[in-house]
Design a protein around this ligand. Structure first.
Ligand SMILES: CSC[C@H]1O[C@H](OP(=O)(O)O)[C@H](O)[C@@H]1O
Length: 358
């Protein structure tokens, strides 16, 4: 299965973090090495790597890269201050996926605890923590797959939006994890994948992943989803998430909200699949979720080709918010929750995940 993020150790013992350039898939598999936290920050901002859990994992590795740099002070107090600057640089890259802030919150006590340790030991421990976050995410995704597949009939056609697969996570995927879990459980699953304008995560990434898995997949434009649902061809809509608020409102790739309205209209279950690192108890509801707006060029151009006249106004929100009332269930590694059940669980659970600072 394709990996979004991996590491290598150089002859001098330094670790390089590698990203597959998701802007170039599916036609080119380009390795982008990151050796500094600023290179990692640029990679997240430019969507070399994307997808909420993958962004969190990349942020964690970015923190470790910061500690590895020659600029990292040796004394503890200066190191802690330097690492806060590293975290700020990484934290300013993309505002919506709470996993970015979750990962920084997970790494902060680690760097604070070892601030006075020798540099090589600090670096080793921080890279080990980042690797643990990645490995843990894969296990969480497999649990999401196991819990989610039980919701699907033995022969199911699923519509999905954007890419919530191995490329968006540590591996295996969330929405695609449910699809993979169903296939592994012996169910017959076929998929309709929205192309997902403007970045085309569906056409370029989801189709790429599912083709490699041999899972029957039909690519449609975003505007075709309504017709496909009206034809009675969809048993469930399953999407990922970038931030789930305390009341279950969910931010995900733009176009998700519209799918949820269509699913309600057609009586089709609408599922969100996400790990608890995407759930943010500190964000009370969808209105409080910061929605990233990206460049006009993503809309006006297809690669280098201009598709709209110069000077036209463009609105390019990367996400929208699906209200909890449109969500049939939220599939997590801890089980399947109706939105209200999740809200109740969050207010009662003692072991809440580190929360965002955003
Ligand atoms: C497994 S969560 C993936 C989630 O992230 C995507 O956003 P982006 O590609 O802009 O990082 C999209 O919202 C996916 O559902």
């Amino acid at each position: 299965m394709v990996e979004a993020i991996w590491t290598t150790t150089e002859k001098d013992g330094r670790i390089t973090v590698h990203l597959i350039d998701q802007r170039e898939l599916p036609t080119r598999e380009i390795d982008v090495p990151c050796r500094t936290h600023k290179e990692m920050a640029d990679a997240i901002r430019e969507m070399v790597v994307r997808g909420a859990p993958a962004i969190g994992i990349s942020a964690a590795f970015g923190i470790a890269l910061g500690a590895q740099e020659d600029l990292a002070p040796s004394d503890g107090l200066s190191f802690s201050s330097y690492m806060e600057e590293v975290a700020l640089t990484i934290g300013q890259t993309r505002p919506t996926a709470v996993n970015l802030f979750w990962a920084i919150e997970r790494m902060r006590p680690v760097w604070q605890k070892i601030a006075s340790h020798p540099s090589r030991e600090r670096t080793r421990i921080l890279f080990a923590e980042a690797q643990a976050i990645k490995d843990d995410d894969i296990q969480r995704n497999r649990k999401i797959g196991t819990h989610g597949q039980a919701l699907l009939p033995s022969k199911a056609t699923v519509l999905t939006h954007c890419n919530a697969g191995a490329l968006a996570t540590g591996g295996y995927g969330t929405a695609l994890g449910v699809i993979r879990g169903a296939v592994e459980a012996g169910k017959s699953v076929s998929v309709f994948a929205d192309e997902t304008r403007p970045y085309l995560q569906g056409a370029r990434l989801t189709a790429y992943e599912l083709a490699a898995d041999g899972i029957p997949t039909t690519l449609i434009t975003d505007s075709m989803a309504a017709m496909v649902m009206s034809q009675g061809r969809i048993d469930a809509v399953i999407v990922g998430a970038d931030r789930i608020a305390a009341n279950g409102d969910t931010a995900n790739k733009v176009g998700t909200y519209g799918l949820s309205v269509l699913a309600r209209e057609h009586g089709i279950p609408f599922y969100v699949a996400a790990p608890f690192s995407t759930i943010d108890p500190r964000t009370p509801n969808g209105q409080a979720i910061p929605i990233e707006e990206r460049s006009a060029r993503e809309v006006t151009h297809a690669g280098e080709r201009r598709m709209a006249p110069e000077g036209i106004s463009v609105y390019n929100p990367a996400f929208d918010v699906t209200p909890a009332r449109n969500i049939s269930a939220i599939i997590t590694e801890r089980g399947v929750f109706r939105p209200q059940e999740l809200s109740d669980y969050l207010s009662s659970a003692s072991s809440q995940e580190p929360v965002s600072q955003a």
